[in-house]
Ligand binder design. Structure first.
Ligand SMILES: Cc1cc2nc3c(=O)[nH]c(=O)nc-3n(C[C@H](O)[C@H](O)[C@H](O)COP(=O)(O)OP(=O)(O)OC[C@H]3O[C@@H](n4cnc5c(N)ncnc54)[C@H](O)[C@@H]3O)c2cc1C
Length: 300
């Protein structure tokens, strides 16, 4: 077996962690160890990691804040890269905001409020990063990130960096179709000048709605399933009687049936078996095939 750790040591000045339990880096708080986790300080360090991984044939996984992710209990072989420590700067130029991909959506919304720019309010409370948000085309309350993005900049597997404007990007419901090896490194958002008090009012109202409808006190990965054409996934899960159902320490939330929560010491296996149970039951009773929104990675 290849020694992924040896290749990593001293490669960048940014932090490198070894055998790091991914439950510490995912909002569901499950997941076994990743061999190496890199926190590059800037684009040059990221390029070093990307090129070395490619040259040595080491699998590379890009992690945001792990809020839409289930890492299996065996963990991740190869290298994991997080931009959340070194690449999270924001720059504002009139109604354009440029943010590095490791910046949190929360920070992004807060900066837009400070500048009295409107357009990002619905995304307040989505706990991911700019990179993860764009990769997932995150959305809430009828808005999606694709509505406000002007362009994204990606690093390809050969280390080259290109910018793509929105018209050349294929966004769809909770998805952005780009090659799996591309890493989003920054994005430019086009907002509009607004009234600060009105912006704050909207943020407050979205935030209150979120608190009322989502189990935000428990570890989760947000909505487990995409909403099928037939209607909200949570409605079907509720109708087949699975709200509150438990498997080990994993539970279908009583507040929002499309959320699976970790009641304490759930394993990824508990969560995944519960997801399968939900999929089977909804299919048996309603003939609806639920499609997963959460991404599942790593070894069992
Ligand atoms: C309580 C809660 C509420 C939530 N509410 C919402 C909601 O209202 N709407 C919504 O859409 N989602 C919601 N989510 C899900 C999640 O927050 C979003 O999907 C978020 O955008 C994921 O971002 P992340 O940084 O955590 O990505 P991760 O979970 O770390 O990664 C998700 C995927 O994106 C890829 N990725 C991450 N960064 C990059 C990058 N820089 N370049 C390329 N690919 C990358 C990863 O490889 C992975 O495939 C919620 C989650 C929780 C826990």
């Amino acid at each position: 077996m290849q020694d992924y750790k040896k290749e990593a040591e001293g490669l960048i000045k940014g932090r490198i962690l070894f055998n790091v339990p991914m439950r510490k880096y995912t909002s569901l708080k499950v997941g076994g160890p990743a061999d190496c986790l890199f926190f590059p300080k800037d684009m040059n360090e990221l390029k070093k990691v990307v090129l070395t991984a490619r040259r040595k044939g080491i699998p590379l996984f890009i992690l945001g804040k792990g809020t839409n992710l289930i890492v299996r209990d065996g963990g991740i072989r190869g290298w994991v890269v997080s931009l959340t420590q070194g690449m999270r700067r924001i720059q504002v130029d009139r109604e354009f905001m440029e943010a590095e991909a490791g910046c949190s959506l929360q920070q992004l919304v807060q900066s837009s409020i400070q500048r009295s720019l409107t357009g990002l309010e619905p995304f307040f409370g989505i706990p991911g990063t700019v990179g993860g948000g764009l990769a997932m085309n995150a959305g809430a309350w009828g808005a999606e990130l694709k509505d406000v993005v002007h362009s994204i900049t990606v690093m390809k597997e050969d280390g080259t960096v290109i910018e793509r404007t929105r018209s050349r990007l294929r966004f769809s419901y909770r998805n952005l179709a780009i090659p799996s090896a591309w890493i989003i490194v920054k994005a430019r958002f086009h907002l509009s000048p607004g009234n600060k008090e009105e912006i704050l009012e909207r943020v407050k109202s979205f935030s209150e709605r979120r608190k009322k409808t989502q189990p935000i006190d428990y570890p989760s990965a947000g909505s487990v399933f995409k909403n099928p054409n037939e209607g909200p996934a949570g409605k079907w899960i509720d109708e087949v009687g699975l709200k509150g159902i438990r498997l080990g320490q994993a539970m279908v939330s009583e507040r929002h049936a499309n959320f699976i929560i970790n009641c304490g010491k759930a394993t990824a296996d508990d969560i995944l078996r519960l997801i399968e149970w939900v999929e089977q039951k909804v299919y048996e009773v309603k003939s609806i095939s639920l499609e997963r929104e959460v991404k599942v990675v790593g070894e069992a």
